[in-house]
Design a protein around this ligand. Structure first.
Ligand code: PHE
Length: 380
């Protein structure tokens, strides 16, 4: 009797240990559970959807090939609706109730910045596929990104404006509550001035706005040769239409935030003679890109944007780290991610530097008749 009850207590204890001892990927579990958060709804819905598609493709591939450490990978996806507060809430939920061993996300810098402190404090590695604001990885040593950062992207577009378009007097129209937009606008302005250019107007709007006529009218009065609009695709599409309607025919310039299959649906013809920097071009003949593009098209029926490619790469970099760590323990996975070197991603060779950022080239794309054309590649 005594033996039976102590056995019973031990089982209870054992069960408690298994369920309390942290992560779903403990020995007892036959799967590795990771988290993902993004905007699956709202004015930046394609950011989250494309990223999820890319991540799903990577998971399907790894599971088909036998999984990781003999286990299948499962992702729990949360929609933050494009809201920073919601991003923090869902990441807290992924860590505390789902007990994920690592997190992929977000796209938008403001959302990553809101959620990253939770991951950092919980010591759960987070990889942003595409947040470019420099402050993102400064949150701490558990926070990584696999894309270039805005000081580089802003330089790329200032160089492009100065050297390729040969414009000097430019206006800026920025999204004032968006960390990415404000940061990129500042870097672009600094670089333009250093190259001998001038910022003749600097106007702002807020995400969700639909009428930009006041800002565009005052920009028009300053007669700029180009307008830099470092925003996200929904507002950018509307701004382009309204600018053209006001008779403003100058080139419009932007950053990666323009990238969406919806951009040209919204902006249409108004987007002719516009240019933006991005993480990759589907026209790149490299086999890695062409393979990815054709597989993605077969699976989802559309051309992958940069977010899909970066989502795919971010998941694969995490899997590569888990393999090298030979463990799914968050601390060990963190250390292995930090050592990522020359990983052959779709978006280029990925090496993480001491600040947990990737150093990669950027491409400049032109929109013409609702299609994106490759213009040039600029290396750091
Ligand atoms: N870089 C943007 C940000 O930090 C997000 C983004 C990346 C959007 C790539 C589109 C494409 O907010």
């Amino acid at each position: 009797m005594a033996r039976r009850s102590s056995l019973f207590v031990m089982c209870l204890l054992g069960a408690a240990l298994v369920s309390c001892a942290g992560n779903s990927s403990d020995q007892a579990s036959n799967e590795i559970v990771i988290g993902e958060f993004g905007s699956l709804t709202g004015t930046t819905a394609t950011f989250g959807i494309s990223t999820r598609n890319g991540i799903d493709m990577a998971i399907e591939e790894v599971n088909k090939a036998g999984g990781l450490l003999g286990k299948q990978v499962r992702v729990i996806v949360e929609d933050d609706q494009g809201k920073p507060e919601e991003a923090q809430t869902v990441v807290t939920k992924l860590i505390t109730s789902d007990q994920v061993i690592a997190i992929l996300g977000e796209v938008a810098s403001s959302r990553t910045l809101a959620a990253a402190p939770v991951a950092q404090q919980s010591m759960i590695p987070m990889i942003s596929p595409s947040s470019t604001n420099p402050r993102v990885t400064e949150v701490g040593d558990y926070i990584f990104r696999i894309c270039f950062i805005d000081p580089f992207q802003g330089l790329v577009m200032a160089k492009f404006a100065t050297n390729t378009l040969k414009v000097k007097n430019v206006a800026i129209l920025r999204d004032i509550k968006n960390d990415y937009s404000v940061g990129l606008a500042d870097v672009f302005a600094d670089n333009m001035k250093q190259m001998g250019g001038a910022i003749v107007a600097d106007e702002s709007y807020s995400e969700g706005d639909t009428d930009f006529s006041a800002q565009l009218t005052s920009i028009k009065a300053r007669n700029p040769q180009a307008i830099f609009i470092p925003g996200y695709y929904t507002e950018v599409g509307l701004i382009a239409r309204q600018a053209r309607r006001l008779g403003m025919a100058m080139p419009l310039l932007g950053g990666d935030g323009w990238d969406s299959p919806r951009l040209t649906d919204i902006g249409g013809e108004a987007l002719n003679d516009t240019y933006f920097s991005n993480h990759y071009s589907v026209d790149d003949p490299s086999p890695a890109i062409q393979n990815f593009v054709s597989q993605y098209k077969a699976k989802y029926g559309e051309t992958p944007d940069a977010l899909a490619a970066l989502g795919f790469d971010s998941a694969n970099i995490l899997f590569d780290a888990i393999r090298r760590a030979n463990s799914a323990e968050p601390v060990k996975v963190r250390d292995a991610i930090a050592q990522t070197k020359d990983y052959p991603g779709v978006t280029g060779k990925i090496t993480l530097d001491a600040n947990r950022n990737a150093v990669k080239p950027a491409v400049v794309l032109r929109v013409r008749d609702s299609k994106l054309e490759y213009v040039e590649t600029i290396t750091p």
